[in-house]
Design a protein around this ligand. Structure first.
Ligand SMILES: [Zn+2]
Length: 89
């Protein structure tokens, strides 16, 4: 189990690795706009793999992370109710 600090270091390392190895792109993968792009992680697990990242503009990056977080929150709520149901019925 990694501490939060170690996890942060790993993510920073993976990020810089991908920045070096992933070919640059000049348009956003989601909206195809030519804007300033950011590397966004796809799986949320930060694999040291250029396929686990894509180039997104700032607004799509924000949106994608929001959807991703919402998904995580829904999963947590889901498993909570699953346990709760098992306990009460
Ligand atoms: Zn975009």
């Amino acid at each position: 189990m990694m501490t939060a600090g170690e996890e942060w270091n790993r993510k920073a390392y993976v990020h810089s690795w991908v920045r070096k190895h992933k070919p640059k792109q000049d348009y956003c993968t989601i909206c195809n706009d030519v804007k300033k792009l950011e590397l966004s992680n796809l799986s949320g697990e930060y694999h040291r793999d250029s396929n686990d990242f894509w180039w997104l503009c700032k607004s799509c990056h924000k949106l994608y992370d929001m959807v991703n977080n919402t998904h995580t929150i829904y999963n947590k709520i889901d498993s909570f109710f699953f346990k709760w149901n098992r306990y009460h019925y």
